[in-house]
Design a protein around this ligand. Structure first.
Ligand code: ZN
Length: 165
């Protein structure tokens, strides 16, 4: 059993924390986020549904995924229901939406494109954010973390469960 809830969460937080070195802008005033949601009429930009119990509500979907240093800023977040957010994962948004059979697909794509064009955003990259030396250090840290994470999992998986007798 690789990865309990805590391991998964630990890995998520550390990986995300390391990414913040490259992409530090992870906050946006709430009014701004509310304004973005309003552009999409409070509905999921992909499937067009409002928040329901089934789709578990509307969340901020990163257009450039956080794993690729996309930040939580205007021009990089659009409202999506939790179902679409989960289903998209790290896929390119256009590929994702085109793989679905949502109503008024073309109009939705245009709306998203229009929003993205009005708030031009380009995500930082390793190369733009850090010097060569810093990139080496960063990559080293990411690798070190992967080693620590694997070793912690190994120890977890190999340890005796329950009290020793
Ligand atoms: Zn949706």
């Amino acid at each position: 059993m690789a990865g309990t809830k805590h391991f998964t969460r630990m890995n998520y937080h550390v990986s995300r924390g390391l990414r913040e070195i490259i992409a530090p802008r992870q906050t946006m005033p709430n009014e701004k986020w509310e304004a973005i949601k309003k552009i999409f009429e409070g509905k999921c930009a992909y499937c067009g549904e409002g928040p329901t119990r089934k789709n578990r509500g509307i969340v901020a979907d990163h257009v450039v995924p956080a794993t690729e240093f996309g930040e939580f800023v205007e021009g990089n977040v659009i409202p999506a229901c939790q179902t679409c957010n989960d289903s998209r994962g790290n896929k390119n948004w256009l590929e994702f939406i085109n793989s679905k059979d949502f109503p008024d697909l073309q109009a939705r794509i245009e709306k998203i494109e229009q929003y993205l064009n009005t708030h031009a955003y380009s995500a930082p990259t390793l190369e733009t954010a850090l010097s060569h030396e810093e990139q080496d250090t960063y990559n080293e840290l990411v690798e070190m973390w992967a080693v620590i994470n694997d070793r912690a999992k190994e120890l977890y998986n190999s340890k005796r469960h329950g009290p020793k007798t």
